[in-house]
Design a binder for this molecule. Structure first.
Ligand SMILES: Cc1cc2nc3c(=O)[nH]c(=O)nc-3n(C[C@H](O)[C@H](O)[C@H](O)COP(=O)(O)OP(=O)(O)OC[C@H]3O[C@@H](n4cnc5c(N)ncnc54)[C@H](O)[C@@H]3O)c2cc1C
Ligand code: HEM
Length: 390
């Protein structure tokens, strides 16, 4: 519990901390990885190099300064963080490590300006936020463990099947090694994957690209030219190999209701939208499914979507978009005109996932077409950041 004096000190010094945020976060991670090398494996090196993860963490701490007076809003704002943490099995014992290194980084950057009173106030704020995250994460761990087929921590799975979906995307179906059932996820959620590469564990997130079935999970991975984990999946792992999965999580899920849906994806961004489409169709909702790929070779899940169209000829509208090629509904890009042509009404719920520039363009176009913020849903395949047009 922060004292009134500490609250006043936080408010007075937050602008200084914000001003030095880049310096603090640039110092924080190297310091933590030096002092506690065991936590380094949890973090994606590329997110460190491009600064997206340091910015996300620092942004969340500062956002909490504003939100802490409104606990319901604070909890809602932390959902993305909690999901990421849960799918990486972040535990209470990790929090003092981050707290110690964050305070040390603030101390190094602010120097004498950080009096013992100010340091205590920020330490208390961190502890309050950490306690909130630990509590929210514990609730999620318990809830998932209590589901039929649920578990806690890492569970070993084997690759039961693979399927090449396009020249660069391959699906992997995992079944648990223990032969037991697997808990249902919500369509649209992702799962934490832990693979051993060169004797070291590496963590990544992948959207579950099919509906829950109680026996297995499917993910679909795009091979990145220089990607560490995606190349390992494509080039090294095969049917029969094993890896560990952490609990599914994620907030890009189907919001119940009767509104029609517009689902727009670019490239591998299709993975969370396929199960959302299936679920919505099962629920009797109308779905417009727009998918953009560079060309036919890169176009994935064509057969799955065709089968859906056969099953739901009236409810589903499919619009395939290729940047180059022929024989599809549209050649070009998913732009404002195309969205305007297919938007199923002003109250449509719109979900869109793809590269940052794609999501920024779709978001701007949908806002321009009158779709309210509350009906525009998207997810970053990396740390969350503002959508800024490319
Ligand atoms: C919620 C969520 C859901 C996701 N769902 C999916 C999904 O369904 N399918 C999917 O494929 N991915 C998905 N991702 C992304 C996935 O987690 C990985 O980030 C992705 O597979 C790349 O990981 P990697 O280890 O192969 O690449 P990394 O090694 O992490 O590299 C990331 C990028 O940097 C580039 N890069 C790395 N090193 C270099 C270098 N030295 N020079 C130049 N470029 C370099 C790589 O080519 C790659 O494009 C999701 C991510 C999140 C957060
Ligand atoms: C108060 C404390 C913490 C805050 C505010 C915080 C905040 C965040 C935020 C904002 C993200 C990015 C979410 C997104 O993807 O958009 C994140 C991801 C992550 N956090 Fe935390 N976090 C905290 C504590 C911890 C702790 C204790 C650990 C474990 C050592 C940890 C490990 C991670 C990892 C591994 C990721 C994913 C990183 C990646 O993508 O490379 N966090 N956290």
């Amino acid at each position: 519990m922060l004292s009134h004096e500490q609250e006043a000190l936080i408010d007075a010094t937050a602008p200084v901390v914000a001003e030095h945020l880049n310096a603090i976060t640039s110092r924080f991670y190297p310091l933590m990885f030096e002092r506690y090398p065991e936590v380094k494996v949890l973090f994606n090196e590329v997110h460190q190099q491009n600064g997206s993860q340091p910015r996300a963490l620092a942004g969340a701490v500062l956002a909490y300064v504003q939100l802490r007076g409104n606990p319901a809003k604070a909890r809602a704002a932390l959902d993305i963080v909690v999901s990421k943490h849960v799918s990486l099995n972040i535990l209470p014992e990790h929090y003092p490590i981050v707290g110690e290194c964050l305070m040390a980084a603030i101390g190094e950057v602010l120097g004498d300006a950080l009096t013992p009173e100010i340091a205590d106030a920020w330490g208390a704020l961190y502890n309050e936020l950490a306690a909130l995250l630990i509590d929210l994460e514990d609730q999620r761990y318990r809830e998932f463990e209590s589901r039929p087929g649920g578990w806690r921590g890492a569970r070993r799975f084997k690759i039961a099947r693979t399927h090449q979906e396009s020249s660069v995307i391959r699906s992997f179906v995992f079944e648990p090694e223990d032969g037991g059932p697997v808990a249902a996820h919500e369509p649209g959620q992702y799962i934490g994957v832990r693979v051993m590469i060169d004797g070291e564990p590496v963590y990544r997130h992948y959207s579950l690209s099919d509906l829950p079935n109680g026996r297995s999970y499917r993910i679909s991975i795009k091979r990145e030219e220089q990607g560490r984990v995606s190349r390992h999946f494509h080039d090294v792992l095969a049917v029969g190999d094993t890896l560990e999965l952490l609990p599914p999580a994620g907030d890009l899920t189907l919001i119940e209701g009767s509104e029609p849906l517009l689902l727009a994806s670019g490239g591998v961004g299709q993975t969370p939208l396929l199960p959302i489409a299936r679920q919505a169709l099962l629920d009797g909702r109308r779905v417009v499914y727009l998918h953009a790929a560079i060309d036919r070779d890169h176009h994935a899940f064509g057969d799955d979507v065709k089968a859906l169209k056969r099953d739901y000829p009236e409810q589903l509208t499919v619009v395939n978009v290729l940047e180059r090629g022929e024989g599809v509904e549209h050649i070009g890009r998913i732009d404002r005109d195309l969205l305007a042509r297919y938007l199923p009404g002003p109250r449509a719920r719109c979900y869109f996932v793809g590269p940052q520039g794609f999501m920024a363009a779709v978001d701007t176009a949908l806002a321009g077409l009158g779709i309210d913020d509350s009906h525009r849903h998207f997810e970053h395949f990396g740390p969350a950041r503002p959508l800024v047009a490319a």
